[in-house]
Design a protein around this ligand. Structure first.
Ligand SMILES: NC(=O)c1ccc[n+]([C@@H]2O[C@H](COP(=O)([O-])OP(=O)(O)OC[C@H]3O[C@@H](n4cnc5c(N)ncnc54)[C@H](OP(=O)(O)O)[C@@H]3O)[C@@H](O)[C@H]2O)c1
Length: 172
């Protein structure tokens, strides 16, 4: 689960080592992509270009509160069209959720960083992918062409483990 049943990421799911990793990785991407409820709220967030998924616009629209952000509705414009608005067609992209947005990009990730916190239970919460819990996140990633890659223990006391799932080859 990436959030509780109320759609909130509780403090029990927040870990300093994971936060640091997340922040460092996002500092290296050109565009952040997320649903309307998943802004990362970091100190350098204001510097990042971002695509915010919403059905409140027909296709692509400026975010009046942030000149670096665009609202994007995939029903009205492709990802490539949205990305082209930033003038970075080959830029690196960081997809940061939530559930449906993570699911939407499953065929396209070069790498998916999956951190598991084994001691946390969020009954009825928001899953990391739409197919969870029918399938485990690992099964979902595996059947979309991603392989288990580097394994990092982020916090031994809490059993916090990050596995970076890598795509070995991309379809043409
Ligand atoms: N633990 C983690 O790593 C992690 C990661 C990500 C998020 N979270 C947490 O998860 C919670 C939010 O999860 P969520 O799944 O509800 O949020 P979300 O994806 O951020 O937001 C859902 C909203 O995004 C828009 N949206 C999503 N899919 C769309 C699509 N296909 N087309 C157009 N618009 C689309 C819709 O906005 P409109 O209503 O405007 O149409 C929808 O209501 C937050 O608490 C967040 O902090 C945790």
């Amino acid at each position: 689960m990436l959030a509780n049943a109320a759609g909130i990421m509780p403090d029990s799911l927040k870990f300093e080592a994971d936060r640091q990793f997340f922040e460092r990785e996002l500092d290296g991407v050109d565009v952040v992509v997320h649903g309307r409820h998943s802004h990362e709220q970091q100190p350098r967030s204001y510097l990042r270009r971002r695509l915010i998924l919403t059905r409140q616009v027909p296709s692509i629209a400026a975010d009046p509160s942030n000149e670096k952000a665009l609202f994007w509705n995939p029903a009205g414009a492709s990802f490539e069209q949205a990305l082209a608005e930033f003038g970075t067609p080959d830029g690196s992209v960081g997809v940061i959720g939530g559930t449906d947005v993570f699911g939407m990009f499953l065929e396209r990730y070069d790498v998916f960083h999956l951190t598991r916190a084994p001691g946390v239970r969020l009954p009825g919460g928001r899953p990391v992918f739409p197919e969870v819990p029918t399938r485990t996140p690992e099964e979902v990633l595996g059947c979309r062409g991603l392989d288990r890659g580097r394994h990092r223990i982020l916090d031994p006391a809490k059993g916090l483990v990050l596995v970076s799932w890598q795509r070995s080859s991309k379809p043409d």
